[in-house]
Design a binder for this molecule. Structure first.
Ligand code: ZN
Length: 384
């Protein structure tokens, strides 16, 4: 299950001897909330019945955008001491929460997060439909659902595969429990198109290649979400590969953050496809298999948010070499590979790379330069 900001990133803050005690405490708080969120979601006794109740009434093969936004705001999410009325912290009620809005209803205008979330879901849907002729994330018109305002001071976003929905926290900066400014801008997760497209692409991957969420297949899973997440932003803004910033999570970071110290105070984004190991990324990734940053341990499911830098950089190189719009050729090669029947849950980088070369030849048989560019990119990042 993908947490947009992984626990290991907060752990690296705790392990950093230069950070303040406050910053360390806040990082620990975020780890605790992620852990509680993942446990609550995995253990939700209501999941099975909820899925049945929600999907029984939805016709499959529905050929237009459908979505529902749910919410878990305010007191609904607070754990209160019944005797004193004191707010103890966050409770994790069963999802999805209260229905705020659906795509069939008139626009709901009292909560900007509902509107921006719906727009993000719609843009991602339209991207997959118009670029790849894919009907929603399952290819069969699945209704896109999101629960927003989840928990308290949950500075994160999540794709929940069992009930096929997204979960958004509010960011941790606007908390009534706050003793600290927080790492991410309030409400920024739900208003960032790359975050939404990243999480929804986990759904696409789950319905296609279904890369298991650990080690190299897990890093491929993460990379698909970053690659298509970045492409959705570029497509929405009509950017060429030269105009795009190729950053993931740029809008969730405070510029010149005072709540992050040391090298992190210069962070511009969570990750970058253009330069995975840039010092301005919160997550320092390898840009090649030979990099000392290539992670071989077991944390974060075997470094899925770290080693995704390698296939991310390969995609960037292909897109830049081909020029124009990333989704035109590089994106098509990646999409055909993701949906290729040779993909399987334990796919390794090298298998994925070989199929991209094959797909480049199939898609562009009269222009072997394309396949050559793809092959060279994988050589450059040390996969081939
Ligand atoms: Zn992810």
């Amino acid at each position: 299950m993908c947490s947009f900001v992984p626990r290991t990133l907060f752990q690296s803050i705790i392990d950093d001897e230069t950070v303040s005690e406050e910053e360390r405490q806040e990082a620990q708080h975020q780890i605790d909330v992620i852990t509680r969120t993942l446990n609550a979601v995995e253990n939700a006794a209501s999941t099975e019945s909820k899925v049945k109740a929600r999907y029984d009434v939805i016709p499959t093969g529905f050929k237009e955008f459908r979505s529902k936004i749910w919410g878990m705001s305010g007191r609904n999410c607070e754990e209160i001491n019944p005797e004193t009325g004191e707010i103890l912290g966050t409770s994790y009620k069963p999802l999805p929460g209260i229905l705020y809005s659906s795509s069939q209803d008139p626009p709901y205008e009292q909560d900007q997060d509902v509107i921006t979330c719906m727009e993000g879901l719609r843009t991602t849907y339209n991207f997959y439909k118009s670029v790849f002729n894919r009907e929603s994330i399952d290819g069969n018109g699945l209704q896109l659902e999101a629960s927003i305002h989840y928990a308290t001071r949950y500075g994160n976003a999540l794709w929940e595969p069992a009930s096929k929905q997204m979960i958004f926290g509010d960011g941790d900066g606007n908390s009534r429990f706050g003793r600290f400014a927080g790492f991410f801008k309030p409400g920024s997760m739900v208003s960032s198109l790359d975050v939404i497209a990243h999480e929804l692409t986990h759904g696409v991957t789950g319905h296609t290649a279904n890369f298991e969420y650990k080690h190299q297949p897990g890093a491929l899973n993460e990379s698909m979400s970053d690659v298509f997440g970045s492409m959705v932003v570029q497509w929405k803004q009509g950017q060429t590969v030269d105009e795009a910033d190729w950053l993931i999570g740029a809008n969730i970071i405070y510029p010149n953050s005072e709540s992050l110290t040391g090298r992190r105070s210069n962070a511009m984004c969570l990750r970058s496809l253009k330069d995975p190991s840039a010092i301005t990324n919160l997550e320092l990734q390898p840009n090649s298999m030979t990099s000392s940053r290539y992670y071989k341990g077991e944390d974060d499911n075997g470094g899925v948010h770290r080693n995704s830098g390698v296939p991310n950089f390969a995609f960037y190189k292909v897109a830049m070499a081909l020029g124009g719009h990333s989704w035109d050729r590089a994106g098509k090669i990646w999409y055909e590979t993701l949906t290729d029947s040779r993909m399987h849950p334990k796919t390794q980088f090298v298998e994925f790379a070989r199929v991209t070369i094959d797909q480049a030849k199939t898609l562009y048989p009269d222009d072997l330069f394309v396949a050559q560019v793809v092959e060279e990119a994988w050589y450059d990042v040390g996969v081939l």
